[in-house]
Design a protein around this ligand. Structure first.
Ligand SMILES: *Cc1c(COP(=O)(O)O)cnc(C)c1O
Length: 401
């Protein structure tokens, strides 16, 4: 997407606005499938929570992707986008037995991540195949808010509780058809990740009816120049070989599954905002934009570093800015960043705005959530309208006096 494309989107749909590039999603999808081309049965289930717009889901469906969902509503979005239930896996954490039963009844593969629900579900529905989520207690890197493999993590069934899992399976006669791990975001060290997969392979040997092993996700993408990213090709080489050997010894066809979110959509997205005020204080120059953590909360929540470009004046002399929002609370997007000289009215573009950006947006300060635009086939398509005042009050009920 060129600066001209992006400026046109603002001209046509206003600011702030999220813009996604379908070709970038396609390229990432192909990169991951290519890295694992040695594996005969590979399945990618896109993690809907990263970016759940129906048009994005449809694009991924066109690429051959399945879906990874964490709520019944995400399952419903997937069905709405045209996925059949057998292309969807449900990997929630801490949801009710009722919700899991409802999703299972839709024909979606369920994944259970605690002993309590495993026992209850297995007792009531021994005939429904279930995948179990194991916590191998291996940390492959990342921010503590997005690491889920540590010992105190609420995610998964601890590998140390495997004997209890086996007892439940035996007592209920339930059918375990998959095992799963998701060690959390930002895999930095392939060898650490591969070590975690060894624990999963060891676990897999305990079950005789598996049809898939799901290695979750957590592939790290670069946010700025010089950033380390997960070396997908090296992972494909090492894990692919190991998986094929395991599958051969297992003697039943096994599918290798991943559920990438960030890897597929992060880099496809730009968030475009307009500068309202350039404010010089005693210590810094603020560029105040027409947005805040109501639209993009990751820098405040995780300390994530989104690169910011002044696309209205890309060749301007670089100066240092703090880019902040209009929310009545501290909402710093970037501190002391080198950006081409900013004037009021300029459009700034945030990089890596595809994953966990729009899906985390809110109406805080009673602002509208932004529009979303998808660039596909050389054309810009509006895929979500900007909210209006009617949306803000749609579910409010006035008390009649
Ligand atoms: C969030 C999530 C993912 C996707 O993680 P990314 O880091 O965005 O790739 C995959 N699996 C599960 C179970 C998740 O909760």
């Amino acid at each position: 997407m060129t600066n001209k494309d992006l400026l046109n989107v603002v001209k046509n749909y206003g600011s702030p606005v999220y813009v996604y590039d379908a070709d970038t999603i396609t390229a990432q999808y192909n990169r991951l499938t290519n890295a694992f081309k040695s594996v005969k049965q590979l399945r990618l289930n896109y993690a809907v929570k990263a970016l759940s717009n129906l048009s994005i889901l449809q694009h991924l469906k066109g690429l051959g992707s399945g879906l990874d969902t964490v709520s019944i509503q995400e399952v419903q979005l997937g069905l709405k986008a045209g996925f059949t239930p057998d292309r969807i896996i449900f990997t929630p954490n801490g949801v009710s037995l009722g919700e899991i039963e409802e999703v299972a009844a839709m024909g979606v593969q369920i994944n259970i991540d605690n002993l309590s629900i495993l026992e209850q579900f297995g007792t009531k529905h021994p005939e429904t195949p279930v995948c179990i989520r194991i916590n191998p207690h291996v940390m492959a890197g990342g921010n503590t808010n997005i690491s889920v493999g540590h010992i105190d993590s609420k995610f998964g069934i601890s590998i140390h509780q495997l004997p209890h899992v086996l007892r439940i399976v035996e007592n209920t006669g339930m059918n375990i058809n998959g095992i799963h791990m998701h060690t959390g975001s930002d895999i930095l060290d392939i060898d650490v990740f591969v070590y975690a997969t060894e624990i999963l392979f060891e676990t897999a040997k305990q079950f005789s009816d598996l049809t898939f092993i799901d290695f979750g996700s957590g592939f790290k993408v670069p946010y700025k120049e010089g950033d380390i990213e997960t070396n997908i090709e090296e992972l494909g080489e090492k894990l692919g070989k190991r998986f094929n050997a395991f599958a051969k010894a297992y003697k039943k066809p096994l599918t290798l599954t991943f559920e990438p979110g960030k890897f597929l959509v992060s880099e496809s997205g730009k968030f475009l905002v307009q500068v309202n005020v350039v404010k010089q204080t005693t210590s810094t120059v603020f560029a105040q934009v027409d947005s805040g953590f109501n639209h993009l909360i990751r820098p405040m929540l995780y300390g994530s570093q989104h690169e910011i470009h002044n696309i209205s004046n890309p060749n301007g002399r670089e100066r240092f800015y703090s880019v902040v929002g209009y929310i009545c609370e501290t909402d710093t997007f970037a501190n002391n960043r080198r950006i081409a000289e900013i004037s009021e009215g300029d459009i700034l573009a945030f990089d890596n705005a595809g994953a966990y950006c729009f899906t985390m947006a809110s109406n805080y300060n009673s602002r509208y959530r932004p529009a979303e635009v998808l660039i596909k086939g050389g054309k810009a398509h509006l895929i979500r309208k900007r909210e209006t005042f009617d949306d803000l009050i749609a579910n409010q009920v006035l008390i009649e006096e």
